[in-house]
Design a protein around this ligand. Structure first.
Ligand code: GDP
Length: 463
């Protein structure tokens, strides 16, 4: 399929949802105002039926347009190429000689945040053709280091020897540079997310609707390889569960996050999306049981969900949630449970979560590596997808808009809009970079602006 065709197909799908967000929001407001609420609810229910039918047909179209198998094969091929390039970068012929970048795994944050820290380091390494050395002694999840839980990120090159280490930003000639945390970089290199390599971009966009998270997922795929003991612990826990498709993944992040970095979301908000997913799925297939894999750091949620939604089958391990909920969170004890949760969330057919959580975003990134395209297989109750510390995320106006209310902004076709978020009511907030005005713009009049960067092309690695 051509890039244009794929973009158009995804645009129709996304804008079908945007119509729904708009109508749903406006009519629900009227219901709350008690204006003929029963009549309005009936209209909304009918609209929802029609929306599900439209989306379901569009998904079928994608399966029947003759490129379904091609997308799968191409995704596997490009993934394989990236993995081989990373392997090449991480195993230089002469380690002593190789240029290196040092990444210290001493960030005081949760596991999702630490994974993203290594992803950032690996992207840096790939962009500057330096082998990544991971310093992880004293790591909060295993005092002895990363290599005691996961396969080392290099088989042959794990030290900078006695070479002088220079703190980045450093000159290109420096043989070994050490990286600060992404949050404290003032002049951000252009290759940081959400940029993707230009030599692969035109291949990726033809099988994936969200290339930036696909690219980040590829870094995770390279990094996150549990060693035998850890893999066995994960497998044993999974074996105890009746994990079968179709299944929806729900990630509920509570405890310390609520009120500090994210708002509280009631179980009903997640289940509304789960119900919507199953109602759409049931248009085309018989669903024997509405299964949900529930991952959370709140020890009470699982039981609560089971009591409240008896018609659903909830999978999940209360002891994992319990460990995550207590102060044992950042210790080796909690790691197996979190890895089980991440692996299983990434294997579900649809993910309902909050992208304000790094755990939610990691699950989605891993999902992107498990299939050709997971970009329409999630629902985030809050943020749109992002990478902490990323460069500006813009959308480009593809239709003109004249502001109709004081909080709206006007745009011309071609304008770049720095995006703050989607309000899931048909509008998003952003700043028009031409006019320097900030406000709401109808989301469907904009399209994601993908940033390409000329990463090295690793010509030594066979295509
Ligand atoms: P964030 O704070 O949600 O953005 O993500 P972090 O990964 O930085 O920190 C959250 C920590 O809480 C994780 O590392 C886990 O230890 C714990 N946690 C959060 N959600 C879950 C979950 O669904 N399952 C488990 N097992 N642990 C979780």
């Amino acid at each position: 399929p051509s890039e244009e065709y794929e973009n158009l197909r995804r645009r129709v799908y996304s804008n079908t949802k945007e119509i729904w967000y708009f109508v749903n929001h406006e009519l629900t407001k009227l219901i709350h105002d008690d204006v003929q609420s029963e009549k309005l609810q009936a209209i909304l229910d009918q609209m929802a039926d029609r929306k599900r039918s439209l989306l379901s047909d569009q998904q079928k179209l994608q399966e029947l347009d003759g490129y379904h198998e091609w997308r799968r094969t191409e995704a596997a091929n490009v993934s394989d190429l990236v993995q081989r390039r990373l392997k090449y970068l991480q195993n230089p012929p002469d380690c002593r000689d190789a240029r290196k970048v040092i990444c210290n795994l001493n960030k005081g944050c949760g596991f999702g945040c630490q994974l993203h820290h290594i992803v950032y380091c690996l992207i840096f390494a790939y962009a500057t053709e330096r082998t990544l050395i991971l310093n992880s002694k004293g790591w909060r999840y295993n005092n002895k280091g990363w290599e005691y839980v996961f396969h080392p990120i290099s088989d042959s090159c794990t030290t900078a020897y006695e070479d002088k280490v220079v703190q980045w930003p450093a000159s290109y000639d420096a043989k070994v540079v050490s990286l600060p945390f992404i949050d404290s970089i003032t002049q951000k290199p252009k290759f940081l997310p959400l940029a993707i390599p230009s030599d692969l971009a035109h291949r990726i966009v033809r099988f994936n609707g969200d290339p930036s998270s696909w690219w980040i997922g590829q870094m995770l795929k390279y990094i996150l390889k549990p060693k035998t003991a850890m893999q066995k612990a994960i497998n044993d826990t999974i074996a105890k569960m009746n994990f079968k498709n179709p299944i929806v993944g729900v990630h509920i992040r509570r405890t310390d996050k609520v009120g500090t970095e994210a708002a509280f979301h009631h179980i009903d908000e997640y289940m509304l999306q789960v119900k919507d997913y199953y109602e759409q799925l049931e248009l085309t297939q018989v669903v024997d049981k509405r299964r949900v894999y529930l991952a959370t750091d709140d020890a009470n949620v699982l039981e609560d969900a089971r009591n409240k939604y008896p018609q659903y089958e909830f999978l999940g391990d209360p002891s994992i949630a319990k460990t995550a909920a207590t102060h044992r969170r950042y210790t080796p004890l909690s790691l197996t449970g979190l890895l089980v949760d991440l692996h299983l969330l990434a294997r579900t057919d649809y993910l309902v979560c909050t992208f304000s959580s790094q755990v939610g975003r990691v699950a989605y990134e891993m999902m992107q590596t498990n299939r050709a395209d997971a970009s329409d297989s999630f629902y985030s109750l809050d943020d749109i997808y992002y990478f902490g510390g990323q460069n500006a995320h813009d959308r480009r106006a593809v239709l003109p808009h004249a502001a109709r209310a004081p909080h709206e902004i006007s745009v011309q076709v071609g304008d770049l809009i720095g995006i703050a978020g989607n309000h899931w009511n048909g509008f998003g907030r952003g700043t028009n970079k031409r006019t320097n005005t900030n406000g709401l713009v109808p989301w469907y009049k904009t399209a994601d602006h993908l940033v390409l960067y000329s990463f090295p092309e690793y010509k030594n690695v066979p295509q």
